[in-house]
Design a protein. Structure first.
Lengths: 441, 312
């Protein structure tokens, strides 16, 4: 009977072993075996199968690219989004297509494993120049090279229900400059609570799982003027006094938070404030119409900060036809394609030209805040008051950072000791980096 | 079993003893598929896990493995979190095994009554076993929700006329494990019940009739006929439940992710998150190897203590 145990564990690990040994055959490391080639011939493209509108926009882009010129023939293969990253991870660099999509925070891992080649020199300078500051920051690895271009980005903020805020006599911020401080935000919660039947007035998407805690709550750390790691060490940065204080304060708001198990807390009017990304805009706008207001996250000392980053496009590390791949990316990033994509998924456009004309994100548009946050990106530098959007840590060790931070954060949120939890997470992150020589070689 | 017995009767034992060698080749041939399955499915993966645990390996990395020796074991065995997980596994097993077995026995005895419509009841009690654990967990997550929208809290609120305030079932260290235990018993009890039910039906009615003639009370019948008659079945049920409870993972992964404050972390949960979330295959393997040794030891001890009565 104990065999059953072993069978399960063993089968999992055998699968892992197969993957590991299967991949170790290729010698490619950070120096990718890609070749420039000429801007002619056939190229293969891998994309994730997103929402129907996104798929249509992508398919249209590929077919119009093929009919617009005769030198390059592009073929698109869509992979279900749940399996997409796993598929790329399990494929040897040499077997990857010429053009591939990747989820923002995984760029560094793919570069480290030789699965992405730089786009610099392969795409036109005009394409690079037209990328928004935030997407450029997301797609730049620590060697300062650009490894991808983005059709769209993401934005994080707080949606407010104007009717409920007005009823409580609360003045709320209009943009980045007058963002609430953490204390002001707390005062607003305290003012809203007595008017609410169950005293729960804030939604932080407790019902989300996966990577959400890292995306949604890491800006709290950044807003104290700290990154997860400083000079290659998490100890002393992730568990520094300002971070401990900020996370503790956030945890103290739990009494005001609706667990939102039905994901309808905001649309049903149960809460006045919802801490979530741009993707909820359409649903929220439909539910409460002109009562919807969008605000930046509270400022924990070093200015308001926001998460960012989304799917982006890069060139396969083993591609023999990089210039042709670059030519396709140039085409994919033109205004027509980016606009079509942004219209379908309502995400912040990844290029400056479309961003400035998008009805949602242009000056005066309802989501101008997210565009403003994106123009002031901190990149991988230590966040200051002058910048807002902070990409998730750009390192091959991101999976460990994400797992350790999420676990520590949720433990603190449920009443754990902030200092102890953050120090434990920082130590685990540091040990992993030491084991892998800092993911440098 | 029935198909076997006539064969045994027709072939006299003396004949089999006379030519023992003739059976060897077919016997070996017949066990080959099973042995091959064991080798490929159990032995090799276990050896692979042993080898992986001695290396530093990132999942999906093209880099060669780096020899780590016993470092992963040293880390696992000095990690308080690992012992916390092990402790939770034991806590879960110590509560669930006796409780679930007793409950399953009670249910089986109730559902063994020769009444009309009993099949409907049996189906109802067995139904949770048919649902996948992932599905059950998602539903129970809604029931355990900490606001008054949570079904359990709403029910308590209603029957107590508002006296019981909403309880944070999964979010508080004191109730999280309890919530997991209750849900797991609800989901798992039907399986043991069906096995025990089959065992009950194997007890000859003549024994009960004899007991009644001896004027044995209902309770005496349970103690002296039912329990001894179910001995082997009960031992099997206890052992399987023990193994199942050490395997505890799905509910934890979906409902609490090991939290709050490690109150529900388990060894299996740690192994999976190490290997597949943090991509640290070496550590994940080391945890499973250590865990295998522990579970093996427990099973051996259990087998020694609860020796089955066998005729063969």
């Amino acid at each position: 009977m104990s065999n059953k145990m072993t069978l399960r564990a063993g089968a999992l690990l055998a699968a892992a072993a197969l993957l590991v040994t299967g991949c170790s055959g290729s010698k490619s490391t950070s120096s990718s075996s890609a070749a420039a080639g000429k801007a002619t011939g056939e190229i293969k493209i891998w994309g994730h199968q997103g929402e129907q509108g996104e798929v249509t926009a992508l398919q249209t882009a590929v077919s119009t690219f093929n009919s617009s010129q005769s030198d390059i023939k592009a073929t698109l293969q869509l992979i279900p989004s749940a399996d997409y990253t796993k598929t790329v991870s399990a494929t040897k660099a040499a077997d990857l297509p010429d053009v591939l999509e990747y989820d923002g925070p995984l760029m560094a891992s793919f570069v480290y494993d030789g699965k992405l080649a730089t786009v610099t020199g392969n795409v036109a300078q005009a394409t690079v120049d037209n990328q928004s500051e935030a997407t450029k920051a997301q797609n730049t690895y620590s060697d300062s090279k650009l490894y991808g271009v983005s059709m769209y980005d993401s934005g994080l903020g707080i949606y407010g229900n104007k009717k409920l805020l007005d009823a409580a006599g609360i003045t709320y911020p209009k943009g980045i400059d007058d963002a609430w401080t953490a204390d002001q935000f707390q005062a607003a919660l305290a003012k809203l609570a007595p008017l609410d039947a169950d005293k729960k007035v804030l939604d932080i998407k407790e019902n989300y799982g996966g990577e959400w805690p890292t995306y949604g709550y890491l800006p709290i750390v950044n807003s104290t003027g700290n990154l997860v790691m400083k000079d290659g060490k998490a100890l002393g940065s992730l568990d520094s006094a300002p971070v401990v204080k900020a996370v503790q304060q956030f945890a103290s708001w739990r009494t005001y938070v609706d667990p939102n198990s039905d994901d309808k807390a905001f649309v049903d009017g149960r809460v006045a404030l919802s801490w979530v990304g741009h993707w909820n805009y359409n649903t929220y706008a439909k539910a409460i119409g002109s009562d919807l207001v969008v605000m930046p996250l509270p400022d924990f000392g070093a200015g308001t900060k926001s998460g960012q980053g989304s799917w982006a496009w890069g060139i396969g590390g083993g591609s023999k036809n990089q210039l042709a791949a670059g030519a396709f990316l140039d085409y994919l990033m033109n205004d027509t394609n980016v606009k079509a994509m942004s219209d379908s998924n309502a995400a912040p456009p990844g290029t400056k030209t479309v961003l400035s004309t998008s009805p949602l994100y242009k000056k005066g548009g309802p989501l101008q805040l997210f565009a403003d946050q994106g123009t002031k990106t901190c990149g991988s530098n230590v966040p200051t008051k002058a910048c807002v959007d902070t990409p998730r840590p750009i390192t091959p060790g991101y999976p460990v950072i994400s797992q350790q931070f999420s676990q520590a954060f949720l433990n603190i949120y449920k009443g754990g000791d902030a200092q102890a939890e953050l120090t434990k997470a920082a130590k685990a992150i540091d040990q992993n980096f030491t084991d892998n020589s800092g993911y440098k070689s | 079993m029935d198909t076997k017995s006539p064969a045994r009767v027709t072939s006299p034992p003396t004949k089999r003893k006379a030519t023992p060698r003739r059976d060897t080749v077919p016997a070996l041939l017949m066990i080959t598929p099973a042995m091959l399955g064991l080798l490929l499915g159990v032995v090799l993966p276990f050896l692979a896990a042993g080898w992986l645990s001695l290396n530093n390996i990132r999942l999906n990395s093209p880099r060669p493995a780096v020899w780590f020796g016993l470092e992963q074991y040293a880390r696992v065995l000095t990690d308080p979190e690992f012992y916390r997980g092990l402790g939770n596994n034991f806590l879960f097993a110590v509560i669930v095994v006796p409780l679930q077995t007793a409950l399953a026995l009670a249910l089986a005895m109730m559902l063994n009554q020769p009444l009309r419509g009993m099949k409907v009841f049996r189906t109802f009690f067995f139904m949770p076993v048919v649902f996948p654990m992932a599905l059950v967990s998602v539903i129970w997550k809604l029931m355990y929700s900490r606001d008054d929208l949570g079904l359990l809290n709403a029910l308590l609120h209603w029957i107590s006329f508002g006296a019981i305030a909403p309880i944070d079932w999964l979010g508080s260290s004191s109730t999280a494990m309890l919530s997991i235990i209750i849900m797991s018993i609800w989901q798992g009890v039907g399986f043991q019940m069906i096995i025990l039910l089959a065992g009950l039906q194997g007890i000859p009615t003549s024994l009960y009739e004899a007991a009644r003639i001896d004027k044995a009370s209902w309770w005496q019948q349970v103690l002296n006929v039912t329990i001894p008659g179910l001995r082997n079945t009960l031992i099997f049920v206890v052992m399987v439940t023990t193994i199942f409870s050490f395997r505890l993972f799905d509910q934890i992964y979906i409902l609490t992710q090991g939290g709050p404050n490690s109150a529900t972390t388990t060894v299996m949960y740690q192994a999976v998150t190490s290997a597949f979330t943090e991509n640290n295959v070496g550590r994940g393997s080391a945890i499973t190897v250590v865990f295998f040794v522990i579970v093996l030891a427990i099973t051996i001890v259990q087998r020694r203590v609860l020796r089955e009565e066998r005729e063969v």
